[in-house]
Design a binder for this molecule. Sequence first.
Ligand SMILES: NC(=O)c1ccc[n+]([C@@H]2O[C@H](COP(=O)([O-])OP(=O)(O)OC[C@H]3O[C@@H](n4cnc5c(N)ncnc54)[C@H](O)[C@@H]3O)[C@@H](O)[C@H]2O)c1
Ligand SMILES: [Fe+2]
Length: 377
Amino acid sequence: MSLVTWSFPTTIVFGNGAIAQIGDRVKSIKGTRALVVCDAGVVKAGIADKVRKALEGAGIAASVFDKVDPNPIEKNVFDGVAAYRSHGADCIVSLGGGSPLDAGKLIALKVTHERPLEEYDDAIGGDAHITSNVPPIITVPTTAGTGSEVGRSGVVTLPATKRKTVIFSPYLMAKVAILDPELTVSMPPRVTAATGFDALTHCIEAYLSLGDHPMADGIALAGTELCAKHLPRAVEAGADLVARGAMMKAAMMGAVAFQKGLGVCHSLAHPLSSEKNMHHGLANALCLPAVCDYNNGIVPDRIERIRRIVDPNATSLSNALRQLREKIGLPNGLGAEGIVKADVPKLADKAMEDACYRLNPRPVTREDMVKLYELSL
Ligand SMILES: NC(=O)c1ccc[n+]([C@@H]2O[C@H](COP(=O)([O-])OP(=O)(O)OC[C@H]3O[C@@H](n4cnc5c(N)ncnc54)[C@H](O)[C@@H]3O)[C@@H](O)[C@H]2O)c1
Ligand SMILES: [Fe+2]
């Protein structure tokens, strides 16, 4: 019998007002000078200032670095390393959606790791070069989607690979994740909807992916249920802390679950961001129904189990997802976001370079990628 490894190690602090603990948590990892990595939207929402003040109130010297793009690029990482050094920082507080959370991990990596970023690419086994001497990271999500707060990977578009490059290592994991639903209340409805669909896609793809991981499966199903029940409410009534809290849990659970693996939906989504700058969660939302139909012949029992959770009245899982998408105000195809048939060949080439589809339950060829994009138009 082959052996498998299962691990769920992050310390997670959850609850309204949890951010008040940030100072003590930084001290607990022996931090004295923190670089707060965020983006312009997080600053505008007043969250960066709140966190800086909480850190300073606890005697931690904090400097805010907000130069992270949505869909981070290599320059964001290099600029962040310069900011870390000029502040004399000894730890990182990553604050924001997946973009700053990922950038924070990669800034931490590059503080102590000399190689060019592309040499750490997961697709070529780059994790072998990542050692334990990465500065400590605390993650504070302000969206409920990527789950990057508990994940082991940072995603960045590099000039050398010209694609969204996943850099992956247990050493990039946060020492502590602070999940405060109040920090997500300022997310506009469209961002709530798109990020929430990312969480749902993680749960569904993880549950369907190849591999034997009963714990990940259980967490993925429970996360799917939270999304189905609470995402519409979080979009429609952004101040509802019950819905916001449920979505934060679902996002975190999705990322725990996808330690098992993801699937072809993420391989389709990544080029839509790196080539077309589409939001990651939106890209998933637009491709997921076609992917579920594609996988149905191979894992019908699993698809049926998810359909019953998402919408027991729907005629198929793909229809249930389309209806949910519409209910939360997302468009009904890639065409609505300006993608045309002529874009598909290049997108398909890029999708084949992505590693996620390797764990899809049904094998995927380039022609399949083309078909899946066309079906999602
Ligand atoms: N590491 C992983 O495992 C993983 C998994 C999935 C996606 N990702 C990556 O994460 C990124 C996407 O992250 P995301 O979906 O969280 O979006 P994001 O971080 O790009 O944020 C989207 C927008 O929302 C704004 N925003 C964030 N929080 C807000 C708040 N509370 N109030 C108001 N505005 C707010 C941001 O400023 C930004 O403009 C992509 O780069 C994707 O590739 C990583
Ligand atoms: Fe994702």
